[in-house]
Write a protein that binds this ligand. Structure first.
Ligand code: DGL
Length: 286
């Protein structure tokens, strides 16, 4: 099987990667590059994107449906490659649902791997965060960073316009530049001593270059993909009982809840390779 396969998934032992849309592909790209031998299934809930402006209950309900669907299609371990879902749904899924659904399988998020290292990003002790409204309001980054690095200060900026611009392939025009510049300025005004900014939404990796044009030169932008991939590799080392249940045929399969034609047209920009997806209805998964 290869990256453009339309094969259906019937076996067990797969690694599932989930996002509200395309953003998780930037994470999958790094994970699959670091650990190419595993079998990956990507699910983008494009029909219901964006999640960033939705309520806690809605994001939890959508993410749980996706997790159930990925489990029913053979995933042994799922990465919620979506900060909004990691912030609003991960804990409930891990603590409430997983023990009842599949106690031996795992669901991981993307916030912890980044916050565990946050102190190493900064010299001034001031970090910035760009995220969706949901991620910012959840205060997940703030709470996690304060556990690992109590002296690090975090200033947050919600960027509700960025995901729609990216999902609609409008991120390279003047309108996008306006909103990128605007949110950068708003964040830097909150704390001018920021010397590192976390791109706390998996979509934002795609506009890292545009963001960099507006941030002061000494400020480092931190994308999540590579960090999440390294953290997952480390997780597998520490949990051989899970790693040994994963199949190793090097396959990649892509699913979307909306039009596969639209998905395939834009997915390549995020994933870096052509993608051929199939459409699924996740609401029927048990
Ligand atoms: N890519 C997602 C994240 O990391 C969410 C984008 C959205 O659906 O608003 O937060």
């Amino acid at each position: 099987m290869n990256d453009s396969s339309r094969e259906t998934v019937s076996s067990r032992g797969l690694v599932g990667i989930f996002d509200s849309g395309y953003g998780g592909l930037t994470v999958m790209k790094e994970i699959a590059a670091l650990m190419p031998h595993y079998d990956y299934v990507y699910l983008g809930d494009n029909a219901r994107t964006p999640y960033g402006t939705r309520s806690f209950e809605t994001v939890y309900e959508y993410a749980l449906e996706a997790v159930k669907w990925l489990f029913s299609h053979g995933c042994e371990l799922i990465v919620l490659a979506c900060n909004t879902a990691s912030a609003k749904a991960l804990r409930s899924i891990q603590q409430k649902d997983l023990p009842l659904l599949h106690p031996r399988r795992r669901v991981l998020g993307v916030i912890r791997p980044v916050t565990e290292r946050a102190g190493t990003f900064t010299r001034t002790g001031s970090i910035g965060l760009f995220g969706t409204t949901g991620t910012v309001r959840s205060r997940s980054y703030e709470l996690e960073i304060s556990k690992f690095f109590p002296h690090v200060k975090l200033a947050q900026q919600a960027c509700p316009m960025w995901v729609p611009l990216i999902e609609n392939n409008e991120y390279e025009n003047d309108g996008a530049s306006y909103f990128i510049g605007k949110y950068v300025e708003m964040l830097m005004r909150k704390d001018p001593s920021i010397d590192a900014i976390i791109l706390g939404c998996t979509h934002y990796a795609l506009i890292a270059e545009q963001i960099a044009r507006f941030v002061p030169e000494h400020v480092r932008l931190i994308s999540q993909g590579g960090i999440v991939a390294e953290s997952l590799a480390d997780y597998f080392h520490r949990h051989p009982e899970i790693e040994e249940r994963l199949t190793k045929r090097g396959s990649r399969v892509f699913f979307t809840t909306d039009s596969p034609r639209d998905f395939d047209a834009l997915a390549e920009v995020f994933y870096g390779k052509p993608v051929r997806s199939s459409r699924v209805d996740v609401s029927s998964a048990r």
